[in-house]
Design a protein around this ligand. Sequence first.
Ligand code: ADP
Ligand code: ASP
Ligand code: MG
Length: 412
Amino acid sequence: MALIVQKFGGTSVGTVERIQQVAEKVKKFRENGDDIVVVVSAMSGETNRLIELAKQASDDQPVPRELDVMLSTGEQVTIALLTMALIRRGVPAVSYTGNQVRILTDSAHNKARILQIDDQKLRADLKAGRVVVVAGFQGVDEHGNITTLGRGGSDTTGVALAAALKADECQIYTDVDGVYTTDPRVVPQAQRLEKITFEEMLEMASLGSKVLQIRSVEFAGKYNVPLRVLHSFKEGPGTLITLDEEESMEQPIISGIAFNRDEAKLTIRGVPDIPGVAFKILGPVSAANIEVDMIVQNVAHDNTTDFTFTVHRNDYQAAQQVLENTARELGAREVVGDIKIAKVSIVGVGMRSHAGVASRMFEALAKENINIQMISTSEIKVSVVIEEKYLELAVRALHTAFELDAPARQGD
Ligand code: ADP
Ligand code: ASP
Ligand code: MG
């Protein structure tokens, strides 16, 4: 008998009919003799709807604590509906909010981190033969305030519960049948991966593949939780996220391509090329709580240099203001910015043992006449910033260049 944590995402519980289907599925697992803890998201679109309401009530500036009180209701609805559907099928079940379980988090509203999970109640219910249905995406801080874990946070609830309960597997059920070489919505030839390492999955998630929330992958790696991504309503093996890196001849150099449109670029031109300038530019940005991602400093010319970096698009205006002040202080020439950029990244542990991966990437982009604005590399990834309008073209070209396209089926 195994203990399995199953997480169902928004589209999988998007209607009452789908919730009935999920209940059927859970019932089958239960009949196999497994102990099941289910984590559910809010019905698809619900979290967005609630955020919209909050914005209307607050001139676009909802108080973070109150936003969490409201957002947590989305998941409260689905746990109750699923539990009703299970009981109706003769499956003993009980639902809990994050607070009721006591999923203790820090107090960072809207992006809280899980600190501790009390497993007592859950274990007692499982022992009594009940399926436990837990609300994803939410917790409670030490003062009793409701918190939420950031968008996509139900994945993290699932993995964290699996870690706390030492479950045999955490299964993430969603609307695709696994992790693909890239988002199958953008590249129809994308292929499902049998396996991907935690390290690669973490890069993919951090670089924009929103199939799993970044923190859920961090958690799974840290606590070695066996993690699998599967389709909610289609049978299949899904994708296993694993620790081991198999060395094989077949091992592709690149496992996947990730991309995002979340960033914006800022350049400060004509700053004096003297020690401490990078700190003078980025110090105030970080003091304003703005995270910087990619950074490029040009070679000096006439004792001045240009300095470019990217930030999240939501932080663009704030970063621009900070930079204008710095420009005045440093006597820089000007500040220019661009929000119409996109970041495309190739990811794969195979890169460690293969040279020339970056140049192959640049060649593929050059062939499509796509200009590269910024580059950053790490041991297992290469990222480039390009003009946003070329994003899909770039992803497709790279997918082909690294031989990731699925073989054409007959009739295609
Ligand atoms: P859920 O609501 O179940 O949490 P999400 O929308 O958060 O589902 O995640 C599933 C979606 O992630 C898919 O529909 C797919 O478009 C997108 N996605 C992005 N990159 C990938 C990838 N590499 N493999 C699979 N899906 C991906
Ligand atoms: N309902 C939340 C969201 O839409 C959490 C989740 O779905 O994982 O972000
Ligand atoms: Mg999700």
